[in-house]
Structures are given as C-alpha cells and as structure tokens.
Write a protein that binds this ligand. Sequence first.
Ligand code: ADP
Ligand code: MG
Length: 280
Amino acid sequence: IICSWKKSISNIKDVFEFKGKMGSGSFSEVFMVREKTTGKLYALKCLKKKHLAHSNLENEINVLRRIKHENVVGLEDFYESRTHYYLVMQLVSGGELFDRILDKGVYTEKDASKVIKQVLQAVSYLHENSIVHRDLKPENLLYYNTDENAKIMVSDFGLSKTMEHGVMHTACGTPGYVAPEVLAQKPYSKSVDCWSIGVITYILLSGYPPFFEDNETRLFSKIMRAEYAFHSPFWDDISESAKEFIRNMMEKNPTKRFTTEQALRHPWIAGDTAKDLDIY
Ligand code: ADP
Ligand code: MG
C-alpha cells in the first residue's frame, strides 16, 4: 500500500516554526506553528510514538483526513518522525467554550441552545461517518474566532476511534462526562457522545456539573445509576423543555437515549422553547 498522505521527516522544525505551546496532555502537546513554505498558521499536535505502541493511529488518521464539516476542526496534514506523530490541524483562535461564557456575564437558554445545536450537527456528521468522539467536554469545544457570534468547533479526536468493526470496549474519557455504560464496562457506541452532550448542556444551564463527589468510587456509582437532579433554586427558572431535553440525553439506558438526529428535532433545539431570559 502506498501512503501518499504520510510524510516521513527527520526534524519537524525543518517544516514548521514553533510559536508557542497551546496545551498539553499526558500523551500529547499542542503548539501554534507557522508552515515555513506558505507562512500559514496551524495547531500542531505532537504525539510520542512510545505512548502509542498498541494503537492504530495510522488507520484513524486515514479516516479523520476525510472529515470535513464547518463545526469540526479539520485535520490538514500528517507527519511522522522516528519518535513522533504530528497532526497538522486547522488553527482556531476563539478560545474554549467555558472561558468565553465566564467572560460574557449574561447568558440565556437561547444562547446555550445555539451552541448545543452546532455541537449536535458536528457530532451527527461524525456519527454518519462511523466516528465516535468519546471525549466530548467543554475543553474540546473551541470558538472559531473572537467574534461575538463565532461558530463552535469540535476538536480533539485523540481518543476517537472508527467503529466499522462494531461496538467498542475501551474504557476512556473524562469521568464527569462519561456515560454509565462506559463505567459499567459494557459495550458502548455512538450514544456515549449524546450522554456527554447532555452533561455539557446541564453545565451550560446551571453553571455546575450534574455529578460532583470528592470520592471517585462514589462519583462512578452516581454516574452508573444516572443519579442527578435539577436542584432548586438553580433550575427554578429553566424551561421544562430544557429539562426534558437533558433527561433524554442523560438517559441511563443507551438504547432509549436520544440520538443526535432525535436531539436535533427536539423543540429546545429546533423550535422556540429555549427561553431568552438571562441565566447568570
Ligand atoms: P489533549 O489531548 O491534550 O486534550 P487537545 O487536542 O484537546 O489535546 O489540545 C489541548 C488544548 O490545545 C485544547 O484544550 C485547546 O485549548 C488547544 N487547541 C487544541 N487544538 C486546537 C486548535 N485546532 N486550534 C486552537 N487551539 C487548539
Ligand atoms: Mg482535549
């Protein structure tokens, strides 16, 4: 097989000028870089090969390269050195979802509904392409630019995996956002992303997470039983339609849970039931 998309290089600094670190995790670092030949700016995700010994990154990359959606951070190119893989991603400059909400001061159900609709459209597209994101959380939702009405972009497919071979089994993701069936180590699928979108909606409307425990065992057991509530007074002025939307997304049984298609048809997203009142 000839891999025309895979570029082997000895030193990534021959291709890109490094501008600054934008983020780092346990397996990767993200830098802002300038491509020397074109002068174009990108976000470069650097992954150490030794952490990825048993993963199937090259197959995943091949799938991600075909992904093109206005609300999904695009993968533009891919390099490999002796020690690293490098993902060249479209650079977005608007910052993370929550940072902006904190700055904004006023926030309405309508604002939240518009954000969630874009996330649903992006994730629906990924699901149509047999990709489950698996790590949907606020840090992975970025604004395209600093405009007030900038679109939201779904990023970080580090944990995504194609599902062409059926259901997936790996337990991963961030505890507060993972679905009950993931923690219960049952087979899981696309529906885990819908649970996470439900959790994100919950936080957008209340300012606090649906599950909070200092003790991880207790946190896991609460999530596994889908034990959450709409506490007074925080939820008193939130519409019944928003709560019904969340109940359908944060449904314990993955076969009864809303799909992205059902979510996109719900009146809180598609209709006019999202209130225009300030939440905080
Ligand atoms: P990790 O696997 O470490 O979570 P991410 O891909 O989420 O890696 O990147 C870490 C951080 O870098 C993000 O939370 C975001 O702030 C920033 N970042 C990632 N991708 C981009 C991008 N395409 N444009 C701008 N900033 C980005
Ligand atoms: Mg991330």
